[in-house]
Design a protein around this ligand. Structure first.
Ligand SMILES: *[C@@H]1O[C@H](CO)[C@@H](O)[C@H](O)[C@H]1NC(C)=O
Ligand SMILES: *[C@@H]1O[C@H](CO)[C@@H](O)[C@H](O)[C@H]1NC(C)=O
Length: 636
């Protein structure tokens, strides 16, 4: 009887399939839990009852979760289709997974992922699980090594992570470029709220990205499913759904009865098969570890919000390190004793979110001994956190501009800070696959470790462009940075090139040598800055007068040389400023002859500047457009 019905269903399914979009019945994964239930007989009856009840629910809502039995023999089941399937396709898909699932008996439960739908059963309530140890990924063996594929994929994955949490958990995106197409789809189970969906998808994106350069990858999490492919697999979700309503009703009646009977049959007879699938599941898992080891694509750690809360005593004010342009920075201690710095980002609106991804993108690509190491992130729909290594000596400004602490910085240390910073900057400009302009080089963005080795921080303002840079993209960026460090052409015209960083670096060099801020010189003239002062002393050959008095100078020539390099970097004309590569050569080779610097900006541009900006240059006024108004943190 059961076999008869089953054949009928298959026939109907084929008939409908041939006249309909694809319900995507390929089995992606079928795994069973390792523990066994006591009462197999009882469970097979529970399966039969539950699956029968779920059938109609699935057809109507493409989603169902239910439970039956009494502890200790209780069964929980959840099933959901991808939202692009029509109700009818969903019913088809469910009929297949509904048959597969009881095959896990006598295991306590299991999961089946098809490309069109998902089902999971267990003896506890797992409905709100986001990720678990049993999560998997599947990567195809065919690879796509075309240039630009990775970028395309990243765009697609980012889009669906934005989209899905606000679209009932479903996200679909596609990009096409240079003959390559990438389609991505994600589906969260409806038992998750928006935040949980986001968290699940971010984890899934990370797993799927590890499939690079496979043409196709799937992440199979406890709370969501994600798939990308170089071919278009998704259905048009609006394609005919009412036309087949009558057929579908007949179909439903058949399959509901059939599933009930089949579940009992499978449950009672195929205990052995369950063990076989269980073991093959384990083997597949082993293969995945190899994939992970081989993979070198973007990867960063996900921190749980609760971990960060614990590390910072719920973001207690005593753990606040500072308040930067993009948010507050907290110091935290992980349970293993490691210290971290946590940047809590201000997010409002989509554009800011894109900036965060930009930052994550930039910092996960840029790794150098003179750049602050990025450890990972925590992303929820409400708040976003970036986690970095913690540097014991905090930022350069806290030492350099403190009358007592500045004595810690002997000349040798200062010279090494200058060279290290230059190396970090040169790496950003030349060393990475993309060209990065930091835009906000200043003393408070240079962090020092225990041995005062410098590391550049805060890539929040960084922008990068491809090597064949499109000039127009460099203009019209909103001007952001810190006044006193910003190059004149950037303030006046928004022209952004590497030479903007070179200018800021020059200011920094002079500050390091003189031990004062560029913008706090005591003077009647608002436009008198450290840079113009150093320039005047250079012209009258009295540069040794501006060197920090707390310094015991071992090598006056070297110090004077560094001042001259600082002045070369702060020349008014960007074209005259040396590249960072050139700067490094000059710093390293003392016998290399230095050109004479030309004049710095602002000496005769005061009127033009002050009238066009309505603020007073020369005072330490922040010009950081992204600086938030207040920094009070409310713990959730
Ligand atoms: C599920 O079954 C396993 C194995 O029989 C048992 O150890 C566990 O306690 C059960 N869980 C619940 C919530 O009943
Ligand atoms: C476009 O594709 C061609 C051939 O597949 C390749 O040579 C070229 O580099 C690609 N261009 C870009 C911008 O990816």
């Amino acid at each position: 009887m059961a076999a008869c019905l089953f054949i009928l269903i298959i026939l109907i399914a084929f008939w409908i399939r041939s006249s309909h979009a694809d319900p995507r019945l390929e089995i992606v994964a079928h795994s069973c839990e390792t523990a066994s239930v006591q009462n197999v007989d009882k469970y097979s009856k529970l399966y039969a009852a539950i699956l029968e009840n779920m059938g109609y629910e699935m057809y109507r809502n493409k989603f169902a979760f239910t439970e039956a039995g009494k502890p200790p023999d209780k069964l929980y089941v959840l099933s959901q289709c991808m939202d692009d399937l029509s109700n009818f396709e969903c019913a088809q898909c469910f009929s297949k997974i509904g048959n597969l699932l009881p095959g896990c008996l006598p295991a306590t439960g299991g999961r089946v992922y098809l490309d069109g739908c998902f089902i999971r059963a267990s003896n506890y309530s797992f409905y709100r699980e986001i990720t678990t140890e049993g999560d998997m990924k599947r990567c195809s063996d065919d690879v796509d090594t075309k240039e630009g594929f990775q970028k395309l994929l990243r765009n697609v994955l980012q889009k669906i992570v934005y989209k899905a949490p606000n679209n009932r958990g479903f996200g679909l995106a596609q990009e096409k470029k240079n003959g390559t197409t990438v389609q991505g789809m994600a589906q969260c189970w409806r038992t998750l709220d928006k935040d949980m969906c986001s968290a699940c998808l971010i984890d899934a994106v990370n797993s799927a990205f590890h499939c690079m350069p496979s043409e196709e990858g799937r992440a199979l999490n406890a709370g969501c499913f994600l798939r990308y492919s170089t071919y278009e697999f998704a259905n048009d979700p609006d394609a005919g759904s009412t036309r087949y309503a009558i057929v579908s009703f007949i179909f439903y009646v058949f399959f509901a009865v059939a599933i009930g009977l089949l579940a009992i049959a499978i449950g009672l007879c195929l205990g052995k098969l369950a063990y076989i699938t269980k073991n093959s599941g384990r083997k597949r898992k082993g293969k995945e570890l190899d994939f992970a080891a081989m993979d070198k694509a973007m990867q960063f750690l996900q921190f749980k919000f609760s971990t960060l809360e614990r590390a910072t005593d719920c973001f207690d004010a005593s753990n606040k390190l500072g308040c930067g342009g993009y948010g507050e920075v907290f110091r935290g201690t992980l349970q293993d004793g490691r210290e971290i710095a946590i940047k809590r980002l201000y997010v409002n609106g989509k554009s800011r979110r894109e900036e965060i991804y930009n930052e994550v993108d930039v910092i996960s690509k840029a790794q150098h001994k003179n750049l602050v190491r990025f450890l990972g992130g925590c992303f929820t729909t409400v708040e976003n956190f970036l986690v970095y290594e913690y540097l014991a000596n905090k930022s350069l400004d806290t030492i350099l501009f403190d009358p007592e602490r500045k004595k810690e910085l002997a000349w040798g240390i200062r010279h090494r800070i200058i060279i290290g910073t230059a190396e970090g900057l040169e790496y950003l400009h030349k060393g990475c696959r993309v060209r990065i302009i930091h835009r906000d080089i200043k003393a408070s963005n240079i962090l020092l470790d225990l041995k005062y080795r410098p590391k550049i921080a805060d890539f929040g303002l960084a922008r990068f462009s491809s090597r064949e840079c499109d000039k127009s993209s460099l203009v019209n960026n909103p001007v952001a940075g810190t006044f006193g460090y910003m190059a004149p052409e950037y303030i006046a015209k928004g022209r952004l090139t590497e030479k903007v960083d070179v200018y800021s670096f020059g200011v920094l060099v002079l500050e390091i040598i003189c031990g004062v801020k560029n913008t706090t010189l005591e003077s009647d003239n608002y436009f008198e800055t450290l840079v113009t002062d150093a320039w005047k002393h250079f012209q009258s050959n009295t540069t040794s007068e501006i060197i920090d008095e707390s310094l015991e100078i071992e090598d006056v020539e070297e110090t004077k040389r560094d001042i001259q390099i600082g002045l070369l970097c702060t020349q008014a004309k960007p074209a005259l400023r040396p590249s960072m590569t050139r700067v490094l050569q000059m710093l390293r080779h003392k016998d290399m002859e230095l050109p004479a610097p030309t004049k710095p900006p602002f000496l005769d541009e005061c009127v033009e500047l002050s009238s066009s900006f309505g603020f007073i240059p020369g005072k330490s006024q922040m010009f950081n457009l992204h600086r938030p108004q207040d920094c009070n943190y409310q713990c959730l």
